[in-house]
Design a protein around this ligand. Structure first.
Ligand SMILES: Nc1ncnc2c1ncn2[C@@H]1O[C@H](COP(=O)(O)OP(=O)(O)OP(=O)(O)O)[C@@H](O)[C@H]1O
Ligand SMILES: C[C@H](N)[C@H](N)CCCCCC(=O)O
Ligand SMILES: [Mg+2]
Length: 233
């Protein structure tokens, strides 16, 4: 597979804003690129008309204006709110990495850029024999790490960076994201500097919480342009 323009988005945890950020990036890029999106496996899906609906994947598809079928974007939609490997085991499904790679190739062939969202963090088990980190490496995609902006994120971010670099994965940066509330604690202001002093990769943001920061829209545009520069130039 030639060097595909793309980006894999992981997080320091579940709920940190991977989908939120990937949708913003997809929406930003689609004005002048054919944007492909993928959520290789999604757990915690709800049943709609007899099907498991992957909400993250649907959000990505809409944000990118993608015409790809949802079951190509998300080959494995699983019911239980667990790591995909465990959710698949409970559903009696075997996650096949080759099947995921085939769907990825289908998307990549029809796109200028492909944005892939993981599930939870980098070392979450995707199948019985594969972590998300293994998929990132196999797809040869650079990695964006989305992290909470507040207290506790320095350790989580550095652990994830170290884990990725030790596997030969290119990390374009850590994006600090205010995913939960508007109360910016002291660390919200100091974390970017503290983390940049310790991390060997760029630290982006913090991306403020959309609902409570009037300056958020400008901050978003600045962060998206920086991600684009780091990942695709
Ligand atoms: N900067 C932000 N401003 C406002 N809301 C945000 C922001 N970042 C995240 N959120 C919200 O926080 C919640 C969790 O974000 P999101 O679903 O993107 O997390 P995730 O990392 O994709 O989770 P998962 O591991 O389940 O895929 C969502 O409701 C999302 O809209
Ligand atoms: C259900 C949740 N929203 C995600 N889709 C899956 C998160 C898996 C986390 C696994 C773990 O680190 O414990
Ligand atoms: Mg998500």
């Amino acid at each position: 597979m030639g060097q595909q323009k793309g980006l894999f988005v992981t997080g320091t945890d579940t709920g940190v804003g991977k989908t939120f950020v990937t949708c913003l990036l997809a929406s930003h890029l689609k004005d002048y690129m054919k944007v492909g999106v993928m959520k290789p496996a999604e757990s915690d899906c709800e049943e709609v008309e007899g099907q498991w609906l992957p909400k993250d994947a649907l959000r990505l598809k809409v944000a990118a204006g993608s015409h790809m079928p949802l079951d190509t974007i998300c080959p494995y939609a699983l019911p239980r709110p667990l790591a995909p490997a465990e959710a698949a085991r409970e559903a009696g499904i075997t996650i096949d990495l080759e099947h995921i790679k085939e769907k990825y190739r289908n998307i990549a062939e029809a796109s200028d850029v492909v944005l892939v969202e993981g599930a939870g963090g980098l070392l979450v088990p995707l199948s019985h024999s594969c972590l998300y980190a293994d998929l990132v490496r196999d797809l040869k995609l650079p990695l964006l790490i989305v992290a909470r902006a507040g207290l506790g994120t320095v350790n989580h971010s550095l652990l994830t960076v170290e884990s990725a670099l030790s596997r030969g994965i290119r990390v374009i940066g850590v994006l600090l994201n205010e995913n939960e509330s508007c109360e910016h604690d002291a660390s919200y202001w100091s974390n970017p500097r503290v983390l940049q002093d310790l991390a060997s990769v760029p630290v982006l943001g913090p991306l403020p919480h959309m609902e409570c920061d009037p300056g958020a829209k400008n901050a978003v545009q600045e962060v998206l342009r920086e991600i684009e520069r780091l990942a695709f130039s």
